[in-house]
Design a binder for this molecule. Structure first.
Ligand code: TXA
Ligand code: MG
Length: 318
């Protein structure tokens, strides 16, 4: 299959492909998603085929506005309305009990459905013009790093999908926060740019931050988001002694390093949002180079860095 590279002006073409039950990679503010019409099982199944994603990993349904949530969710608690008002469109996915018409392919046979309104004008327009929600996991092969640019999508999916539409690089750069609203106390299943404190401030009560999971949630498996090259997380001191011994490595750091001994430096912003935005793109760039490994300076441990630490822990060589 030849994968078409669509310009932002070719929205109609992307919509037509989706109507024809094809899969198209589309931009969101977090990462690129691999989209299919969420009401068409013949289309949804192509997402699993293209990504080689196990069918027991449920997909997120992307809707155009909060008003559409009731088409998918059986019950929407009052606090979910408040969260939608505060954070949609944006990087928060909420899990609800599903309505009976919602395909088991989307939900991996579970009684719940994940919903999100993405904050990207191109994709919101695609959803509106299609007239249906889109199912979209991150647009990468299973277990690989999520793409934050159309070029990065093609790295693993070229020839396997009908098209990618160019919506530039993603602003947030890490996958959405996943919040399970079906529990008495909402639970964060995957940390993201919307932190527990931000959620608690809106709902006025505590949320649970899950560390270990029993559910088959792709984003929660120990190995995930892996770049091609082995990645290690270290202090600056450890990095210094490593590069002294072997300089054919990439160093991803936000503090100044006195002597790089010839290692390749990828200086990251020290501000969290800018760091997140750059992280996957940096790993992608390093994968194209010929260093033998990636040394990442241990990020700060404060709450706003939870998503960065979570993804790096999953990307780490094991
Ligand atoms: O930012 C994002 O969330 C991106 C963009 C494209 O929206 N999407 C994304 O999708 O990261 P994906 O499929 O790579 O990760 C979605 C996660 C998976 O870990 C999946 O198992 C979980 O959401 N998920 C989906 N439906 C669920 C459900 N009903 N219950 C629990 N987890 C669910
Ligand atoms: Mg993914």
């Amino acid at each position: 299959m030849q994968t078409q590279f669509l310009k932002p002006t070719q929205i109609e073409k992307a919509v037509q492909l989706l109507k024809d039950k094809e899969v198209v990679a589309v931009p969101t503010e977090t990462v690129y998603g691999l989209a299919a019409d969420a009401t068409e099982e013949d289309a949804i199944v192509k997402i699993f085929q293209a990504k080689q994603r196990p069918i027991d990993h449920p997909l997120i349904v992307h809707i155009e506005s909060f008003e559409k949530a009731s088409e998918w969710a059986l019950e929407i608690p009052e606090i979910a309305k408040d969260l939608a008002k505060a954070f949609w469109p944006g990087p928060l996915t909420m899990i609800f009990k599903k309505k009976s018409h919602v395909s088991n392919l989307l939900t991996a046979g579970m009684e719940t459905v994940a919903l999100r309104v993405p904050n990207h004008p191109l994709t919101l327009e695609i959803i509106k013009k299609l007239g249906h929600a889109i199912a979209a996991p991150s647009a990468n092969m299973h277990k690989k790093t999520s793409p934050t640019s159309p070029e990065h999508v093609l790295k693993t999916l070229d020839g396997k999908i009908s098209a990618v539409i160019d919506g530039g690089t993603c602003n947030v750069g890490l996958e959405s926060t996943i919040l399970d609203m079906t529990k008495e106390i909402p639970e964060i299943l995957r940390p993201g740019a919307i932190t527990a404190s931000m959620i608690q401030k809106v709902i006025g009560s505590k949320v649970i931050e899950k560390k270990a999971h029993s559910e088959k949630v792709a984003g929660n498996m120990a190995v995930h988001y892996q770049p091609e090259k082995p990645l290690f997380i270290m202090s600056l001191e450890e990095i210094q002694s490593e590069i002294k011994a072997n300089s054919n490595v990439a160093v991803v750091h936000y503090d100044h390093i006195n002597d790089l001994f010839g290692a390749t430096s990828y200086k990251m912003p020290s501000e969290k949002a800018a760091y997140s935005q750059a992280l996957y793109q940096t790993l992608y760039t390093i994968d194209q180079s010929n260093v033998i490994k990636i040394l990442v300076q241990t990020p700060p441990s404060s709450e706003e860095w939870n998503d960065v630490n979570d993804r790096l822990e999953k990307a780490r060589w094991k």
